[in-house]
Design a protein around this ligand. Structure first.
Ligand code: DSN
Length: 427
């Protein structure tokens, strides 16, 4: 029996019992993820252990500061968790310093700006339409409104970064920070040459490896660690951890400035449940099986892009060296928006994406971006990615005519359901 005088203690009910509407939205999302082919290049499926860690009691803990120097008591376990995450990150990337507290990739980038720049300083990054990222100097982002931005683009013919052009712009503009990396550039990056250019103009060289971090630790993509002054990343894309950010360097003096910039400069209390989940994901990425996974991610992206190209679609830059490809839909007279919506109807999830020198607005866009990290985590291989390519070709082929044929739509939807049932998620 309830004691009439007892204060109402925190609820012990399950989510399903306590909050039907949120439970049911999460349950629907679980089913959507389970029954769809996820091709959004920045998404992945975490392990059950990572998921469990994010829902742990560490969500209750404040631990402002750094290990051994916290502004709160009771941080003994938080220290163990953060130290473990840092040691594993250093082992994974082969560097001497890691800050695992950034809440996101954008906040990791902002921390680097705070550490090394003053408002009004000049930064040089890859143009958004060439595959760059909002936080690399877009005028719609703090990076582009607090700093003067100059951009390099991909060349109009091959759609590759032209390093001579980067050098020319850097020498003319003399930026304080040079950024390499982005959200929709699919080719290997020449980190060594970027460092030479940065040294030449006295700039800090920041590599943002948010998309390719998991491929780098597996040796499937060039590593910036020997070259960049600072490397930022997210932890949830190809690295397959919880949503979050991280900053790496081998420079002790820079490390001190970065620590101060992350906390107390930019952030308050670290998200200890997320940091613990990062540690769990790093442990997974240190295992030999992760190398097999990352190899398959690249092979699968190449299989998908090749199939789309064979079917008559055009792949920006002609292919991919990583987990993503950008598909130019102009030859078929489609926009990214139309393609994204049509594909969603059959359970294939992509995002519309601008292509280099796009004349469409980003919300319409002339392309879609596809990625292989998530479906590879379900165990799909090159044969399945070719099958997915065929489904995309059939659907967009039908959409080309103005409206998708309903029989085509039904048959592709059935194919999606069958494929996802063969490769179930573990939750
Ligand atoms: N916009 C995310 C992506 O999808 O690449 C990164 O911030």
């Amino acid at each position: 029996m309830m004691d009439d005088h007892a204060l109402p203690a925190v609820n012990a009910l399950s989510l399903q019992q306590a909050d039907k509407s949120i439970w049911s939205a999460i349950e629907s999302e679980r089913q959507r993820q389970s029954g769809s082919i996820e091709l959004i290049a920045s998404e992945n499926f975490v392990s059950r252990a990572v998921l469990e860690t994010q829902g742990s009691v560490l969500t209750n803990k404040y631990a402002e500061g750094y290990s051994g120097q916290r502004y709160y008591g009771g941080c003994i376990n938080a220290d163990i968790v953060e130290n473990t995450a840092i040691e594993r990150a250093k082992a994974l990337f082969g560097c001497s310093y890691a800050n695992v507290q950034p809440h996101s990739g954008s906040q990791a980038n902002q921390s680097v700006f705070l550490a090394f720049l003053k408002p009004g300083d000049k930064i040089l990054g890859l143009d958004l339409r060439s595959g760059g990222h909002l936080s690399h100097g877009s005028r719609f982002n703090m990076s582009g409104s607090w700093f003067q931005t100059v951009s390099y683009s991909v060349d109009p013919l091959k759609n590759l970064i032209d390093m001579d052009e980067v050098e020319r712009i850097a020498k003319k503009e003399r930026p304080k920070l040079i950024i390499v990396g982005g959200s929709a550039y699919s080719r290997a990056l020449d980190f060594a040459r970027f460092r030479v250019i940065a040294d030449d103009v006295g700039a800090v060289f920041m590599a943002d490896i948010a998309h390719v971090a998991g491929l780098i630790v597996a040796g499937e993509f060039p590593s910036p660690i020997p070259h960049a002054h600072v490397t930022t990343t997210t932890t949830h894309k190809t690295l397959r951890g919880p949503r979050g950010g991280m900053i790496l360097t081998n420079n002790g003096e820079m490390a001190k400035k970065i620590d101060a910039a992350v906390f107390p400069g930019l952030q308050g209390g670290p998200l200890m449940h997320v940091i613990a989940a990062k540690a769990v994901a790093f442990h997974e990425a240190l295992q030999p099986a992760f190398r097999t996974y990352a190899r398959a991610v690249v092979e699968n992206a190449q299989a998908l892009c090749d199939r789309l190209a064979q079917g008559g679609l055009s792949i920006v830059s002609g292919g991919t060296d990583c987990h993503l490809g950008v598909v130019d839909l102009r030859p078929w007279g489609l926009t990214g928006l139309i393609a994204e919506r049509a594909l969603e109807q059959v359970g294939i999830t992509v995002n519309k994406n601008t292509i280099p020198y796009d004349e469409e607005k980003p919300f319409i866009a002339s392309g879609i971006r596809v990625g292989s990290a998530a479906c590879t985590s379900r165990g799909m291989g090159a044969d399945e990615f070719k099958e997915i390519g065929d489904m995309i070709l059939a659907l967009l082929g039908s959409a080309r005519g103005g409206a998708v044929n309903s029989r085509t739509e039904v048959s592709i939807r059935e194919g999606v359901v069958e494929l996802t049932k063969r490769f179930p998620l573990p939750y």
